[in-house]
Write a protein of this length. Structure first.
Length: 406
């Protein structure tokens, strides 16, 4: 699929601009016209993201962003809760949404008009996973579709919020690291060689630390460009393997859960997301073993998926959920105790959802602490490198002063 930039006019005479994936210009033109938009211009969209798509996830012309998915589900929840028929609700969303969302709403509407239920229509769209479709199906079966859609909105918003927290956590330390790396590289390529020339001119014997820094400087000066290209190539190869090789992906995902500092943070995020998803599924009337099977699909981490599969197998063989969770180090004792209480009182979904609220607060607190720790830690590490470079250049001067003194 190719990405295209388009400009079109709607029925009110307003200019609409956007970016959409399509198999061809004529295909996109047909899509726009089916949404009562008159195309003015359609051009190929050349961007870095398209270039990198080869190494990453391939986009489809009908892919929905997380924001669009939340918007669609929220609008549908409001309209269905107001007793508006499904067809009318989907038609309203199609008419009042931007092109990408309107196109997906139109596909859902066509499926419903052809006799599919809403859950069946969602299952035909790759934007919606089995977890989402199963909850919609349970809502249809018990006559609580509006309430289930509202639960899904909360789940999607929670997942989006967690993802944004994790992104925010990584941006600032990475920026500090990048700036520090530029400073150190500049010192090694431009400053150190000039100082080294003076030492060579004086024919002075150099301390081992100074000699090592000068050698690294010469290596970067002579082969820095090759090293940069090689590093960039390795990054793309590594990313490609993670996307396409399950064994590499599993190893990397296992490493994430055992990383110093970040490992406990990843585990807490998983426990929070898992308890919330499982609570929603059980509240929707799903058996525990089926809920475990569906909750596995919302995680991209293969190591987590394997563990949830193990939970499902153990529960199906007769073990209680609390005993299975207690054997794993991913869950805080408090959550396990809540699950035990839920099993005794028959209020499992309530205990899981209460536990997820507590863990969400814990996740926020731990994120703030980790971010507060990362800032000075990155500055300290990078400052130490800069200090070593400066100190190594000062050592010969100090030695010369000592010789002059004696």
């Amino acid at each position: 699929m190719q990405s295209y930039k388009y400009k079109a006019v709607n029925s009110n005479g307003m200019i609409i601009r956007g970016v959409q994936y399509a198999s061809s210009i004529s295909s996109l033109r047909d899509q726009l016209m089916s949404l009562n938009l008159s195309p003015i211009s359609i051009d190929k969209n050349y961007s870095i993201s398209n270039l990198l798509a080869f190494f990453g996830k391939k986009h489809s012309h009908n892919s929905l962003s997380q924001i669009d998915k939340i918007s669609l589900t929220k609008q549908l929840a409001v309209l269905v809760s107001a007793s508006i028929p499904i067809e009318e609700a989907l038609y309203s969303i199609q008419k009042n949404s931007k092109v990408g969302l309107a196109f997906n709403a139109k596909k859902l509407l066509q499926a419903v008009r052809e006799g599919s239920s809403l859950s069946q229509a969602f299952s035909q769209d790759k934007n919606f996973d089995q977890f989402f479709c199963a909850l919609v199906r349970s809502g249809e079966q018990v006559g609580q579709l509006g309430a289930v859609l509202n639960n899904l909105v909360g789940h999607l918003e929670r997942a989006h919020r967690t993802r944004n927290k994790m992104l925010t956590m990584s941006i600032y330390p990475l920026m500090l690291f990048a700036v520090s790396l530029v400073i150190i590289t500049g010192l090694m390529i431009f400053v150190v060689p000039q100082i080294a020339e003076q030492f060579i001119y004086l024919n002075q014997s150099l301390p081992w630390l100074t000699s090592m820094i000068i050698s690294i400087s010469e290596l970067l000066t002579n082969f820095g460009l090759y090293f940069f290209v090689f590093s960039l190539l390795m990054f793309f190869v590594f990313n490609y393997l993670l996307k396409n090789n399950d064994q590499w992906k599993l190893i990397w995902h296992q490493c994430q859960l055992s990383m110093p500092l970040f490992g406990s943070w990843f585990r807490l995020s998983f426990a929070c997301k898992f308890s919330h998803a499982l609570g929603i599924l059980i509240r929707g009337g799903m058996p525990i073993n089926e809920s475990l099977k569906l909750s596995k699909d919302i995680f991209s981490n293969l190591a987590i998926q394997q563990r949830i599969q193990g939970f499902q197998n153990a529960v199906e063989s007769g073990e209680s959920l609390s005993s299975v969770m207690a054997q794993d180090n991913l869950f805080p004792p408090m959550l396990i105790q809540l699950v035990v209480t839920g099993e005794k009182t028959g209020s499992m979904h309530q205990m899981l959802l209460e536990g997820s609220k507590y863990l969400d607060d814990q996740f926020d607190t731990q994120s703030e602490k980790l971010l507060a720790l990362m800032e000075p830690l990155v500055i300290l590490v990078m400052g130490a490198f800069v200090g070593i470079v400066i100190f190594s250049m000062m050592l010969p001067i100090i030695q010369m002063n000592q010789l002059v003194t004696f």
